[in-house]
Design a binder for this molecule. Structure first.
Ligand code: ZN
Length: 340
């Protein structure tokens, strides 16, 4: 038997192309300070992907010299949409296009494969949980936060008293598909942004890479036809526009200010709905360069309407260690499940 002080939990962050993993010991220390970028084989279907997750765990344990017998639980996160217990949406999902995934229980699949209890979160919730705990430390269990993470879509999560708010079906914290008032954000002649989910004017239709490709860049390049990005295919231009923002380009800053305004409207809803103490912003947009990340965060703050009492205590913070946050949040969730 392994003594309580020797017990560890593993966190596995599953992405469309790569897995990352970490190990958390009984004293609450992360034993891994580097990224593992192991092919996730998600496109090959569930069996290959589950094998890859199990191999990721073995590899990380071997790398840091921790015996497998010490592992008492595993935390897993994947992109959504999925149920609170890790059943991938029956309608399929962007990252799980292979039909074998539809309705597949990825949590149970990994649990069966490795013979250890597995605790599931979607990737946005896992990152939100990590951000919350690393910032708030000893106050984490008595505090609340909301996280918005700008990526291909708009992910994130809601944390209340140190725990992920999951909801009845696990669909809580799907912040991207909250519709917001777009007056004062869109220019007078700008078409209403449409999201992949079908909503007009939800947060993700503006504050995501997909929103840039579909909605923001086509409009802004129409206003700036001489812009160097107008010569590129739209998907390439969308990835490159952040670099222009970092360099202070006028068009790029106008575009990113619209994203910041959309997040501000979302956070204004959060302020009225659950009144969190901390508002986290994460994702590629704020990782490019620190001055740009700080500018973007400040624009989000300016666009968030708080009451005087709220403004006096609210904190706006960038999600730390974003590339490690999923694996670390998953490990924290697994550790918390053991103590319940
Ligand atoms: Zn949507």
């Amino acid at each position: 038997m392994v003594s309580p002080s020797e017990r560890v939990v593993v966190g596995i962050d599953n992405g469309a192309t790569k897995n990352n993993a970490t190990v958390l010991d009984a004293a609450g220390r992360f034993l891994v300070d580097r990224m593992y970028e192991i092919p996730s084989r998600v496109a090959e279907g569930p069996a290959s992907a589950i094998d890859s997750m199990a191999e990721t765990m073995e590899l990380v344990l071997r790398d840091i010299g921790v015996e497998r017998e010490r592992v008492v639980a595993v935390g897993l996160d994947t992109p959504g949409p999925a149920s609170a217990d890790g059943v991938i949406s029956v309608k399929g999902a962007t990252n799980f296009a292979q039909p074998g995934w539809w309705g597949f229980d990825v949590r149970a699949g990994l649990e069966e494969r490795i013979g250890l209890p597995v605790v599931y979160n979607n990737d946005g919730n896992a990152a939100a949980l990590y951000a919350h705990h690393v910032l708030l430390g000893a106050d984490a269990m008595t505090s609340s936060s909301v996280s918005a993470i700008v990526g291909t879509g708009l992910g994130g999560g809601v944390i209340e008293s140190g725990q992920v708010v999951r909801g009845a079906t696990g669909m809580a914290g799907e912040l991207g598909h909250v519709r917001i008032a777009t007056d004062g954000i869109l220019a007078d002649d700008q078409p209403m942004p449409i999201c992949g989910c079908g909503n007009a004017g939800d947060v993700e239709s503006i504050a995501s890479l997909t929103g840039i490709v579909r909605n923001l860049l086509p409009y802004w390049l129409g206003r700036y036809p001489e812009h160097p990005l107008a010569a590129l295919p739209l998907a390439d231009a969308a990835k490159a526009v952040r670099g222009y923002g970092v360099d202070g380009d006028e068009m790029a800053l106008a575009l990113f200010d619209q994203q910041a305004a959309a997040l501000g409207r979302l956070f204004t809803i959060a302020a009225n709905y659950s009144d969190p103490a901390v508002y986290f912003v994460g994702g590629g947009v704020v990782e490019a360069a620190s001055h740009f990340g700080e500018w973007f965060l400040e624009r989000v703050r300016v666009h968030t309407q708080l009451r005087e009492e709220q403004a006096a205590i609210a904190r706006f913070v960038l999600v730390p260690d974003r590339d490690m946050a999923g694996a670390r949040g998953s490990a924290l969730a697994a550790a918390a499940a053991l103590t319940r």
